[in-house]
Structures are given as C-alpha cells and as structure tokens.
Write a protein that binds this ligand. Structure first.
Ligand SMILES: Nc1ncnc2c1ncn2[C@@H]1O[C@H](COP(=O)(O)OP(=O)(O)OP(=O)(O)O)[C@@H](O)[C@H]1O
Ligand SMILES: [Mg+2]
Length: 468
C-alpha cells in the first residue's frame, strides 16, 4: 500500500515561519481532514506535500520517493493530484473526455491505457452523459467531480482537495461527498475544509494553528452559527425596483421577466441551485450587465462583492488596492476609508503594505471585501460571502452585517448557507430556471420541505450529506 508522509517540516515564504516541525502521514485509501483558521498554513502544507513548495527543513516522501530529487521528481508528481478550490482553475481541455485524458497524456501513459482508464472512470463516476460537453458548462458539483476524476486518471495515489465544497450548492455537495466515498479504494485524500460535516466524514482530523499541527477528535469540530439574529432597519422608500427584466447568454434565457422591489435598509437573501441565475440577477442589479428588456430603477449607489473577491485584486499593496475604489469615485480621505474598511474586515495592519497576492485565500477574500466596503455603498451585494471563512471571519462578518443594518445599508446576500441566512435576512427570494418561485419569509421557505427539494435547497438542519 502506498503512503505519503512528511517529517519535521519547517517553512516560511519570508523570514516569518509559517509551519514548524510538521509531521503527517497518510496511506492509500485513507481520508484526512485539514482544518485551521484563515492564513494558518493549510494550503501551504498541501503545496509542500505535492512537491510544489520546498520546505526549509524536513522530508517529504511518497513510497520512499522525494519530490526534490531530480531523478524521481516525475514519478512523485504523477502520484499526487491537486483539486483547486475553484476546479475551473485547473481545466484545460474543450471536453470532458479530453480533460480526463489530459493529465495522463502529460505523464506519457500509453494511449490505449489512457483510453481504457478514461472509459472506466467515465462509467464509474457517472460522467458518460457529459463526455462530449465542455467542462466549463458543467454544474459546480460536476466540475468538482470531474477535477477529482482527472486527477485519478493520472494514476494519482493521493489527492489534495482545497475546500472544493465551499461554493457548491446542496446537490453539488452531495455529489462531492459521494465522489469522495467512491474513490476510497483508489486513492488517499487530504481534504482542506472549514466544513465540520466534511471533516467528520474523514478517518482523522488535523488542525493547523500557529505553525503547529495537532490531531483533534470529531467532537472538537463544531459548526459556526451566528450568535443571535438582528433586526434590519427598513425605511419606507424603494431603493431597487426591477420590472420584468429578462436576460439571455447567447440563446439561453437565464432571467425570465423578473420583477422585484427592495426597500432601503432591507436585507434580502437569494437562493437557488447553481446555474439558476442568482449571480446574473446580481450583475443586473449592480448595473454590470444590461438586461435584454425590462426596467431597473436604483435609488442608491451599488457595489458588489463577487463570489471570488480575490479576483478583484490588482494593486501592488493591500492598502492601495482598497483605496482604489474610493479614489476612483472621488470620495474624500480615501486612505481613511480604506483603513477603516480593512479594520472592519479584520485585516491586520502588518499586512497592509504587502502584495495582496502574497496572502492566503481567506485573507485575500477579506481584502476584496474591504475594497468594496471602502466605497460606502448604499446597496451592497454579496455573492457567497460565507465561503471559506474561519470562525473569526464568520463572527466578524456577522458584526459587520449588523453594523450595515444599523446604518440602513441595503444588503443582498446570495448564499447556499440557509442556516446562516435565516438569522440575518427575514426575506428571501428563491430562483429556479431564471424565475422567482418564492418571495417571502425566509423561515417559511425553509420549513417548506417540498419546495426546498424542488429548488435544490437544504431545508432543515436535519438533512445530512449523502454518501454512497
Ligand atoms: N506567496 C506568498 N508569499 C508570502 N506569504 C504568503 C504567500 N502565500 C501565503 N502566504 C502567507 O502564508 C500564510 C499561510 O497561508 P496559506 O495560504 O497556507 O493559509 P491557509 O490556511 O490555506 O488559509 P485560508 O483558510 O485563508 O485558505 C498566511 O499568513 C499568508 O499570508
Ligand atoms: Mg487556503
């Protein structure tokens, strides 16, 4: 049986030590969860175990082979697959079959062997109906599944998964849970996650904190729930009015005659399966795309924090990045606005002069958020704001939302985390196939098991992830 291990690893990107004396070992067929706060070093450790980053001290071995030994380097890499947080980042081919074959071709696996591996994997993971489709057109859950399968096709004995569940809807999370169960026989998994449910599916759970790693018991893994709920502070005037707006990408209708009105200071949740049209609706409200027909009236300045706010980053330093928005809008004292926003999202001062690209994913996400907050929008749209945040980040976000409510900011939140939404947004709309199929009380929606099922929503806290 194969095994992958590291021993007494020390690592730092600069003089700061990120990982100290880390040892970890995993056998083929095992599943390990790697937890820890944002910036604690989870992704860094996974990149070291993959042989992408070289530690200052310590050893990494896969069946005695080291990634830093030039002769065996190739063999090591073939054995370890990496699934990015956003699987799209790893896709290169124009269809599913080529995507699965690509990795194996790169590792010079003979072509008849590739063909039989691809056929077997397509069948085993239920991908045959998608074989000729572009990977980019699959749903989030299927993309995660395809990324895992493509890693397996290279003959990987171990697969690193960096929070693949964080943007998946309920159906996608179930698919991911099943896929991970199905590969138990073929490969070992190291799953970086903030999700207690996914962590508890693993054989062992580890937590990285302050550079050290420790094994923890499932009972020590608790979920974050918002401490209390808070009242929105709703005014009488309408700040958003949509009348019969429709939108299509090429010939596919994504929004079909949507009408919606939102009052100043109101919090509105938007739910629905991936691909339902939630983000497209948000882009229309934010004035970033124009609907084909219909009317949009906005009575306030609107800003949007995208699903991957880190992709909004571009400046040389964190502070410059956050200052860009208020400067661009000609607001007074952009530096003060930027610093206030960074403090609000809890990005510590020692990071302000760093390049935003040298931060962890969670830290980058907070900086992207700060850049939007610094423009002091009257309407704030948040696309999956709870993804990948640790406990402190969640708590911080809760208080931030509470403060925005007290200032009568209108907040629209797109999320799959209905348990959290329930606490902060009394009103939710559900979208299915481009139409609003529910507009009303969040609680009423979540109690309606039949409707939740129809729109692919997790309805109660009792529903559990299904594995095979
Ligand atoms: N390229 C880089 N250059 C310098 N510092 C970096 C770089 N990448 C990450 N860091 C720093 O290393 C630390 C660990 O980052 P890492 O990405 O491993 O954290 P993480 O646990 O995966 O966090 P998250 O939950 O936010 O994804 C952070 O303090 C981060 O700022
Ligand atoms: Mg990370």
């Amino acid at each position: 049986m194969s095994s992958l291990s590291c021993e007494n690893i020390n690592f730092g990107y600069d003089e700061r030590e990120i990982l100290q004396n880390i040892s970890l070992s995993i056998s083929n067929g095992e599943r390990i969860a790697l937890m820890g706060s944002n910036g604690s070093g989870k992704t860094t450790l996974s990149l070291i175990l993959t042989g992408i980053l070289e530690p200052r001290y310590g050893e990494i071995k896969c069946d005695g082979v080291s990634p830093f030994d030039d002769e065996n380097n190739f063999d090591f890499r073939r054995r370890i697959g990496y699934v990015f947080q956003n699987p799209e980042d790893g896709f290169v081919a124009s269809d599913v079959v080529r995507e699965i074959a690509f990795g194996a071709e790169n590792f010079a696996v003979p072509s008849d062997e590739i063909r039989s591996r691809v056929d077997e994997l397509l069948e085993h993971f239920g991908l045959i109906p998608w074989a000729s489709k572009s990977p980019l057109t699959l749903s989030g859950g299927m993309k995660a599944r395809l990324a895992i399968v493509s890693a397996l096709a290279t003959g990987a004995d171990f697969i690193m998964l960096d929070e693949p569940e964080s943007f998946l809807d309920w159906h996608g999370q179930n698919l991911l849970a099943q896929s991970m169960d199905e590969i138990r026989e073929s490969a070992g998994i190291i799953h970086i996650t903030q999700s207690p449910e996914f962590a508890k599916m693993c054989d062992r759970i580890y937590r990285i904190e302050n550079g050290k790693i420790e094994r923890i018991e499932p009972a020590e893994v608790i979920d974050y729930i918002f401490p209390t709920s808070f009242e929105s502070n709703i005014a009488d005037d309408k700040i958003i009015e949509l009348e019969n707006i429709s939108f299509a990408y090429e010939d596919k209708t994504v929004l079909d005659k949507i009408s919606l009105s939102v009052n100043r200071g109101e919090f509105l949740g938007i739910v629905g399966e991936s691909g339902a049209g939630k983000s497209t609706l948000a882009l229309c409200v934010a004035n970033l795309i124009k609907p084909a027909c219909g009317k949009i009236e906005l009575n306030g300045r609107v800003s949007i924090v995208f699903q991957f706010p880190e992709r909004q980053l571009f400046a040389e330093t964190v502070l410059d990045d956050v200052m860009f928005g208020p400067k661009n809008l000609g607001l007074n004292n952009p530096d003060i606005l930027a610093k206030d926003a960074l403090k609000l999202v809890d990005v510590r001062e020692y990071l302000w002069n760093r390049s935003p690209f040298d931060l962890s994913d969670g830290q980058q996400r907070r900086v992207g958020f700060a850049g939007v907050l610094a423009t002091r929008p009257e309407i704030l749209i948040l696309d999956e704001p709870f993804a990948s945040l640790d406990f402190a980040g969640m708590d911080n976000l809760f208080h931030l939302l509470e403060e925005l409510a007290s200032k009568q900011t209108t907040v629209i939140i797109i999320t799959h985390r209905t348990d959290l939404l329930e606490k902060i947004s009394p009103r939710t709309i559900a979208i299915k196939d481009g139409s609003i199929v529910f507009d009303g009380d969040t609680e009423t929606l979540l109690q309606n098991a039949k409707l939740c099922d129809k729109i692919g929503l997790r309805n109660t806290k009792n529903s559990v992830l299904s594995t095979v």
